[in-house]
Design a protein around this ligand. Structure first.
Ligand code: BJW
Ligand code: ZN
Length: 239
């Protein structure tokens, strides 16, 4: 493990094009629950039961209760060592692209600027009827309504069965395909299309690195699988 960390550190120092994909595990050390860990349930419901357009159509109050609960929890969360290390890496390698599946905004809060939020942002709302969107960090009503047309608002996030914004997906694919080094950090590698980016990067010649507490479906595929907490490992890679 120590030898691998030294090798990956040297590769990062020498890389021109760095691409990084993060998931919920990166925010775990900030106190944000992951989706599929032991703490991944809310009221006995899984993310798949709530982060879904059908769930919203069936019971918008329940889905908003889930998102309002997460917004209030996140309001007290601060970026951790992993977020700060990745912001420091961007300062050293300005062409780096950070693709995150997280909707919590903690990479921006740590000072990263070249960030793609693949699954949207929990701090934004969009209208279910018109083109109204807004960013709002203050507590929302139980069932927020559009300022423009009065219809229901929803969180501006990507739910299961919904397409990622095509421009966003294109940028992620391009970045993975042209990376010298691709790091996948704190994601279970179960949710597509993000889960396929490490494989894509490897097929296009990138050195691939995974950092995760546990093995994932990507662990056997990547060149370096570093097992442990993202904050601890990134602290060593990017001191
Ligand atoms: C630590 C740690 C520490 C903990 N340090 N590590 C191809 C095949 C099969 C299915 C599909 C397919 N293509 C598309 C699909 C359908 C679907 C999908 O992937 N389903 C699978 C579950 C089977 N994908 C979609 O629907 C996507 N849309 C799409 O592709 O459109 C086109 C299309 C549609 C339909 C059919 C075909 C094509 C959209 C996916 C949207 C996902 N949305 C969510 C909710 C976002 C809003 C919200 O936050 O509420 O995104 S679901 C949830 O999962 C969230 C996350 O971003 C995402 C990924 O989770 P993540 O980040 O990996 O978290 P965890 O909890 O799973 O893992 C945490 C990891 O951290 C663990 O490994 C821990 O070990 C680790 N860890 N502490 C380091 N300290
Ligand atoms: Zn509207």
């Amino acid at each position: 493990m120590i030898a691998s960390i030294q090798t990956v550190k040297a590769l990062l120092d020498g890389a021109d094009r760095i691409a990084v994909l993060t998931g919920a595990g990166v925010s775990a050390e900030s106190g944000v629950p992951t989706f599929r860990g032991a703490d991944g349930l809310w009221k006995d419901l899984r993310a798949e039961d709530l982060a879904h357009p059908e769930a919203f159509s069936r019971d918008p109050r329940l889905v908003w209760e889930f998102y309002n609960w997460r917004r209030s929890l996140l309001a007290d969360c601060k970026p951790n060592r992993a977020h700060h290390a990745l912001a420091a890496l961007e300062a050293h390698a300005p062409s780096m692209l950070l693709m995150t599946q997280n909707v919590d905004g903690l990479h921006h809060a740590a000072g990263s600027s070249n960030v793609i939020e693949m699954h949207g942002s929990i701090w934004r709302v969009k209208c279910t009827h018109c083109s109204y969107t807004a960013e709002d960090h203050s507590p929302l009503p139980e069932l927020p309504r559009c300022n423009s047309c009065g219809e229901m608002l929803r969180p501006d996030v990507v739910w299961f069965g919904e397409q990622l914004e095509p421009g966003i997906l294109h940028s992620c694919v391009e970045s993975a395909a042209h990376a010298d080094i691709f790091m996948t950090i704190g994601t279970s590698g179960l949710v597509q299309p993000a889960a396929s980016l490490a494989d894509l990067a490897k097929r296009h010649g990138a050195v691939t690195v995974e950092i995760n507490l546990d093995p994932t479906p990507n662990s056997g595929l990547v060149d370096f699988s570093l097992q442990g907490k993202a904050g601890e490992i990134l602290d060593k890679l990017i001191p």
